[in-house]
Ligand binder design. Structure first.
Ligand code: ZN
Ligand code: ZN
Length: 675
């Protein structure tokens, strides 16, 4: 007599707990395998999370699963535990996290050619020829100590590798990786980077250093097939190193022995839609589950990580010396545009500094975090402004293609020749984006070779790399661009960095904007003075008296972060409290607010049942940028003294919200970055 077997299967349906199915006779499913199951009238691929002889339902009413996908070995327990944690922490169904984050090949129903496709994915396409191995340089004492601390650590160990730009963080990563791989030939390494297109140098270095290993990558720039191939190569242990963006945190890595998160403060680790997870936080969780070290590297660590350094939860490894001996600390000059009057948006001291650098044949970076030609177009005679028809914001004037483009919803239209309200033919751009700045610079210095780098100039594959190569080759005198110019590039001949329009960030009400402004300023200023040239940073700002600039002048992240954390502790703000945001959008703001009002009421009732009444349910408010793509948006903030109490509250609240009948679209975000 054979006993009935049952499985629980996690499927990608919002808020749904794993479903029970009967195992067809003779089959031997294993936890971590996928199978095809009927869900309502649909068939879906789900993940088996439990195999048992018991079933809580009437066995005669439980349907069998349709097909066991046993050709791919099961994912391991650590992966299941991580996805389950993410589901509970971020308030989603387990299947939503587990299935939605698999490459599409593994979450789609098998096609007729499934087995053949699977075989093709397994064929290694790696060409070994073009990679020329490099020789690791000798590390300085600080770097050696950092490497030793990590590789000698047993079990879970979170490390913050804090090093100023140019201090050789990457070499520390590479040495740690080499040591981990030499101690354990089966070891696998997860290396997370913020944006892969901006880090081709890093990828190249990893490939050269580990020329005898299989290195694969996972990021949104890859085709579905390439993603599936990389995922499978790690899953089947044919690859040892995975370099990827936030999505790579969901790779199954059976012999995971080390995690590195480069630029751990970077906002792109936080997913902006779907399960709004933080890949950095999940990486720490994974390291904890796998009992391995994790290195969080940054010149300006996130305030959350720094708080954990202060409390002793994370260990900090500091690199103070610049690894390149000739590199020098830049000097900071603050230029107030109210005192030093501007010409075409540039103060005279700024103009003079550029002139001096050019005359010495040194390179200049002009940094402006606003792309396009002008942020808004106006009619001087009637006051018309180029608002986006779908958002409560302006559409940006792009002169190169003669269009108005909304950077929030993507709406775009040819720029009009006459004012749509009064017919006036002289529409005027207000303010400057990188395109206009480029134009201004070429008017001021017609001889100079000027290159602009922003998202508009780097849409084609490899275009960013080509642009950066031109800078390296000395073919550029002035580099103008957005934050993209600051990301991790070692420019050798840059002596002068100009920072424009940091004031919009400094004046922002968002508590996070100070952190971001400081990280940006540190990153940008790190571009200068790499090769022993005396380096100068000029910041055009009306907020020169802010303490942020004292810390910047000393290039001291600690000074900035310690002061900020002290302030936050006194105010009882993040990271000393935990937050969640309920966001709602609807055609009309009243509908969004009405839903949130009801949600707040439900929240209050749950909060009253909790000990200490420590949960704060704030009033619903319209979002700062209220209308985007014809949806009017509002938000409701929840605050709790700890992540644990927040989670207890959210679990009940989320369930209550799922019961609410509404047409309003809503989403809960845990640990929101913009409140
Ligand atoms: Zn007009
Ligand atoms: Zn828009």
């Amino acid at each position: 007599m054979s006993l009935d077997l049952f499985v629980k299967v996690a499927v990608d349906v919002p808020g749904l707990a794993p479903l029970s199915y009967k195992v067809p006779n003779g089959e031997e499913p294993v936890v971590g395998m996928r199978c095809v199951v009927p869900v309502g009238r649909r068939e879906m691929v789900g993940m088996i999370v439990e195999v048992s002889q018991h079933c809580e339902y009437d066995p005669s009413k439980v349907k069998p699963y349709r097909q066991l996908l046993s050709e791919v070995s099961p994912v391991n327990d650590e992966w299941l535990a991580m996805t389950r944690f993410a589901a509970e922490y971020y308030q989603h169904g387990w299947g939503e996290v587990a299935m939605a984050n698999l490459p599409s090949f593994f979450r789609a129903k098998p096609r007729p050619q499934y087995l053949k496709s699977l075989e093709r994915l397994r064929e290694s396409k790696r060409v070994k020829v073009s990679v020329k191995p490099d020789t690791p340089p000798v590390l300085n004492d600080e770097q050696q100590e950092a490497v030793k601390a990590v590789v000698d650590h047993k079990g879970f160990g979170p490390f913050v590798l804090h090093g100023v730009t140019g201090s050789g963080k990457t070499e520390v990563y590479l040495h740690i990786m080499a040591e981990v791989l030499s101690r354990n030939p089966n070891a696998q390494i997860l290396f997370l980077v913020p944006e892969i297109n901006l880090t081709p140098q890093l990828q190249g270095r990893i490939l050269r250093r580990f020329a005898d290993r299989v290195v694969v990558s996972l990021h949104s720039g890859l085709s579905a097939g390439e993603r599936a191939r990389s995922w499978l190569a790690m899953h089947e242990c044919r690859a040892q190193i995975l370099v990827g963006t936030r999505m790579a945190v969901f790779a199954n890595i059976p012999h995971l022995d080390l995690i590195i998160v480069d630029e751990e403060h970077d906002l792109s680790y936080k997913a902006g839609d779907g399960i709004r997870y933080s890949a950095r936080d999940l990486a720490v969780k994974r390291a904890h589950l796998a009992k391995i070290p994790i290195v969080l590297g940054s010149a300006t660590p996130s305030i959350e990580s720094w708080a954990k350094v202060q409390s002793g939860t994370y260990r900090v490894l500091t690199l103070r010396e610049r690894a390149i001996k000739t590199a020098v600390m830049p000097t900071l000059e603050l230029v107030d545009p109210r005192v030093d009057k501007t010409h075409k948006g540039l103060c005279s001291r700024v103009i003079k500094a550029v002139e001096q650098a050019l005359s010495r044949k040194e390179q200049v970076i002009v940094f402006l975090n606003r792309r396009g030609y002008a942020p808004v177009l106006t009619c001087p005679s009637c006051g018309w402004l180029s608002t986006c028809p779908h958002c409560s914001t302006y559409s940006v004037y792009h002169k190169s293609n003669g269009r108005l483009i909304c950077h929030h919803c993507g709406w775009s239209a040819p720029v009009m020749h006459h004012c749509p309200d009064c017919g006036n033919a002289d529409l005027a751009p207000v303010g400057a984006g990188t395109q206009r700045l480029e134009e201004t610079l070429s008017q001021l210095w017609p001889e100079a070779r000027i290159l602009r780098i922003d998202r508009d100039t780097t849409q084609r594959k490899d275009s960013a790399q080509k642009a950066f190569d031109a800078v390296h080759a000395g073919e550029v005198d002035i580099l103008v661009g957005t934050q993209m110019v600051a990301k991790g590039h070692d420019f050798q001949r840059v002596s002068t960095v100009i920072v424009l329009n940091v004031d919009s960030q400094l004046a922002s009400a968002n508590p996070r904007s100070q952190e971001r402004a400081f990280a940006n300023l540190m990153q940008v200023s790190g571009r200068a003075g790499r090769a022993g040239l005396s380096a100068k940073i000029l910041v055009q700002t009306r907020f020169g008296d802010r303490p942020i600039f004292d810390a910047l002048a000393r290039q001291s992240y600690e000074m900035f972060a310690d002061a900020l954390l002290k302030e936050r502790r006194n105010e009882g703000a993040v990271p000393f409290v935990s937050q969640a945001l309920l966001m709602a959008d609807a055609p009309h703001i009243n509908q969004s607010l009405e839903f949130l009002q009801h949600a707040a009421h439900l929240g209050e009732r749950i909060a009253e049942t909790m000990p200490e009444r420590e949960i704060v349910v704030f009033d619903p408010i319209p979002m700062a940028l209220m209308r985007v793509a014809d949806k009017e948006r509002a938000q409701l903030l929840i605050e709790a003294p700890s992540k644990a109490s927040l989670n207890v509250f959210l679990r009940q609240w989320y369930r209550a919200l799922l019961e609410v009948k509404t047409n309003v679209h809503w989403v809960v975000e845990v640990d929101p970055m913009d409140v």
